[in-house]
Design a protein around this ligand. Structure first.
Ligand code: SF4
Length: 360
């Protein structure tokens, strides 16, 4: 059976090639051709002998997610709907900001975590994505970007690069750790996609025992907090019953001690649930000894969620209270609303299902 090249870390490729009688340095050559030059036609890999080029198709294939739709928002956000294996679809969103171009990738089709503000959480997880399907969201988005930049034919513009990856799309990344961490290795590999690990962020709903794997991977950590005490958080995020706030924040502190990084704490503002000034004060007290930045995310409403977005005045008051108390707080800008690409607006199948909320 042929192995999908994009499923393999560099070491796994070396080992596969060795098992089939190839020299180890063929892995180096293949990574450079495929990731560096985006060449997947073995016949064109001219620094290899013909006999090697003829044998490689007997063990390797190249298969990436296919673009079903690619929509562009008036604010510059781009949304891809990808068909992955078996007819399943997932979405990735490309978000421009200042000098960054961030790709938000999915790790699962659906999600079992059941966060109540999240439409994806209402869809049972159908399956975990493979490494190739995760890396493929990046590669296919990048290829599409380059193709559209070329067809724009503006020679004065440098080709765009995806500078950051966030695992905040559909699914809980730590529920699919092997594929997620293999894909981080490939995304980071200097011979692979060559992205700094500090530009890759894994966002978790709080699977505490697996947070050390994020620490070990070198990626940045983001945690969905979304509640200032266990009562509220358990109502909003059932995972809190298993790993309550104390344990979660202690694992964040450990991550910060080990890496010297700050953690991003995501906090969704739900009207009359998490948005009062008392909540802001409690949030400050809870997090003041965690090296962190707090990312507040006003809820993007969707039908049947049972939650409402606070009004603008309350959002500003909440943020200002945190600033007054000395928290490092940012408000996530709502991007891509007109193409249903903002948090809370992703859809799993274009135009057929109700809006889905991504991991926040
Ligand atoms: S917020 Fe993230 S972990 Fe929670 S249900 Fe949605 S996708 Fe899953």
């Amino acid at each position: 059976m042929l192995t999908n090249f994009y499923d393999l870390t560099y070491e796994q490729l070396e080992s596969l090639l060795k098992d089939h009688g190839f020299e180890r340095f063929r892995a180096d050559q293949l990574y450079r051709w495929v990731y560096g030059r985006r060449q997947t036609d073995f016949a064109q890999m001219t620094n290899m002998s013909k006999s090697v080029r003829d044998k490689l198709p007997e063990i390797l294939r190249f298969e990436l997610p296919k673009v079903v739709t690619h929509l562009k928002s008036s604010d510059g956000t781009e949304k891809f709907l990808f068909e992955v294996g078996g007819g399943d679809t997932v979405e990735s969103v490309l978000i421009p900001a200042d000098d960054r171009l961030t790709l938000c990738v999915s790790s699962e089709v659906g999600c079992n975590m059941g966060c109540r503000f999240c439409y994806t959480g209402k869809q049972k997880m159908k399956r975990r994505l493979t490494t190739a399907e995760i890396v493929g969201q990046y590669l296919t988005a990048l290829d599409s970007l380059r193709a559209s930049d070329n067809s724009a034919a503006n020679e004065n513009l440098a080709p765009r690069r995806i500078t950051n990856i966030v695992f905040m799309g559909m699914g809980e990344p730590l529920d699919n750790p092997d594929a997620v961490f293999s894909s981080i290795e490939i995304l980071h590999s200097p011979l692979g996609c060559n992205l700094s690990k500090k530009k890759i962020t894994v966002s978790t709903s709080g699977i505490v025992p697996l947070i050390p794997r994020i620490t070990a991977s070198g990626a940045r950590l983001a945690v969905s907090l979304n509640g200032v005490n266990d009562d509220v958080r358990s109502k909003v995020m059932p995972i809190n019953k298993r790993w309550p706030i104390d344990e979660l924040l202690e694992s964040c502190r450990e991550h910060c001690r080990a890496t010297g990084d700050r953690v991003t704490l995501e906090y969704v503002l739900l009207k009359d649930v998490t948005d009062s000034l008392d909540d802001a004060r409690a949030l400050h007290r809870l997090t003041r000894d965690v090296p962190c930045k707090i990312n507040i995310i006003p809820f993007n409403e969707h039908p049947g969620s049972g939650f409402e977005r606070p009004d603008e005045r309350q959002i500003v008051k909440f943020q200002n209270e945190l600033i007054r108390l000395g928290s490092h707080v940012l408000r996530r800008k709502t991007m891509g609303r007109d193409i249903y690409a903002a948090c809370g607006q992703l859809r799993t199948v274009a135009e057929k299902r109700r809006p889905a909320e991504s991991h926040v």
